[in-house]
Design a binder for this molecule. Structure first.
Ligand SMILES: C[S@@+](CC[C@H](N)C(=O)[O-])C[C@H]1O[C@@H](n2cnc3c(N)ncnc32)[C@H](O)[C@@H]1O
Length: 400
């Protein structure tokens, strides 16, 4: 059942707002649904601000949107159910996490589908281009939250070729650790060569502290990205010699621009060849729809600094160029989600998803999807120009 009565869901279909006001805060990944109050003690810092709690809660919103799309048949993901169950099991009643997992409107389901499809395509094309030339490659997911991409990639490719790093706040990674520890299927992916009785437990030295996991192929890091400076050391297990794709799926947009610059400089200074990035986030903060989006998010205590500073595809691309993500004849480009839907999704898929639900808000869909984008960039690197070629094939609407 759609959560039509939930005022925190973003919009109510019976509201009589004009199109430009009906959806800007219902999101393709940006949610600030639950009011957060008070301060929470954390092992890595004395107190967590209300603002940080709201940002952290967006993980559940992204997960619940993806889960809704999964239940409707848009996506396949054998690990999603386990992550959702973990979140329900581990949350406090007052966080109302269980009530987030209700059906979303078709527009949200389609948005989750396109975002997932497009980022999977970028990852798959990077792996196809790079792995024949390199024994391994590396993926770093900023603000990974409850994402399951790592588990799906290991299931598909095995654990020899990919090193996957996930970074998020300690409070979020601790829940992921705990979910893994109650889910044998996830344990098998993370410790494939260990028998069940050899898998580390929360209290053993295998996982210490209990908000991080480190294995040869999978690293879960408990870090606040705002603490990273351009001269910070790489995190445990990061290998600067490997071709590396960085993913920010609705994460960097929460950081102040100078903090984002530090993170991007940190990455581009350590990984000087064969470095790529894909950034999914909202744009259009300078038009009327975007302004309503900003106001609605502000009323929920959330600010998205990048929405004002990088409101266009061109400015999103320029940000990556300025942070040296296109060294040695690399490339940078960006597409909004509407044009990604039009240009990247095969007709057979469009027909399939069109049969899943009735969608009567096509104009609304177009406007909303034009307010989200994926920008991507890759340095040439001497051995990985196949990667640049692979990425060149994506159609683009803005390019350096
Ligand atoms: C909208 S959620 C997206 C989660 C995941 N990338 C996905 O698409 O399913 C944003 C995530 O970014 C994380 N995040 C935001 N700011 C962060 C920071 N300063 N340090 C670490 N993680 C951060 C949040 O905790 C949250 O998990």
């Amino acid at each position: 059942m759609a959560d039509r009565q939930n005022p925190e869901q973003g919009f109510r279909p019976n509201d009589t707002f004009p199109v430009s006001q009906r959806t800007p805060h219902s999101t393709l990944g940006l949610h600030a649904n639950r009011p957060a109050t008070g301060l929470l003690a954390s092992r890595r810092g004395p107190l967590v601000s209300r603002q940080d709690r709201i940002i952290q809660s967006t993980d559940i919103d992204a997960l619940s949107s993806k889960y809704s799309a999964f239940l409707k048949g848009y996506l396949q993901d054998p690990y999603l159910e386990a992550i959702v169950n973990g979140q329900k099991h581990l949350s406090r009643p007052r966080d109302h996490v269980a009530s987030s997992f209700v059906a979303k409107f078709p527009i949200i389901n389609i948005g989750s589908y396109i975002r997932n499809y497009a980022l999977n395509l970028i990852v798959d094309d990077m792996l196809a281009a790079v792995l024949p030339k390199s024994p391994k490659c590396q993926i770093i997911s900023l603000g990974a939250g409850s994402d399951t991409r790592a588990f799906n990639l290991f299931a598909q490719h095995g654990t020899d070729d990919i090193i996957y790093h996930e970074i998020d706040f300690s409070i979020t990674t601790a829940k992921k650790v705990a979910t893994v520890m109650i889910t044998p299927n996830l344990q098998k992916i993370i410790w494939p060569s260990l028998a069940q009785n050899e898998i580390p437990t929360l209290s053993s030295s295998g996982i210490e502290p209990n908000d991080e996991i480190h294995t040869p192929h999978y690293h879960l890091h408990a870090r606040d990205l705002r603490d990273i400076t351009s001269s910070s050391d790489l995190l445990q297990g990061m290998d600067p010699t490997l071709p590396t794709l960085v993913i920010s799926e609705c994460c960097l947009c929460y950081l102040q621009p100078d903090k984002t610059d530090h993170v991007l400089d940190w990455l581009s200074s350590h990984f000087t060849s064969g470095l790529g990035i894909a950034v999914y986030e909202p744009i259009g903060g300078n038009d009327s729809f975007g302004k309503v989006m900003i106001e609605n998010l502000a009323s929920r205590g959330i600010s998205l600094p990048s929405l004002k500073k990088f409101p266009t595809l061109e400015s999103q691309v320029q940000r990556l160029v300025d942070r040296k993500f296109t060294l040695n004849d690399g490339l940078a480009a960006a597409n909004d989600i509407w044009s990604i839907y039009e240009d990247w999704i095969p007709e057979t898929e469009k027909i399939r998803i069109s049969k899943l639900e009735v969608l009567d808000e096509l104009e609304e869909l177009r406007i909303l999807f034009q307010h989200y984008c994926i920008s991507w960039a890759v340095t040439d690197g001497t051995s990985d120009s196949a990667w640049v070629k692979a990425f060149s094939k994506f159609s683009y609407r803005a390019r350096n």
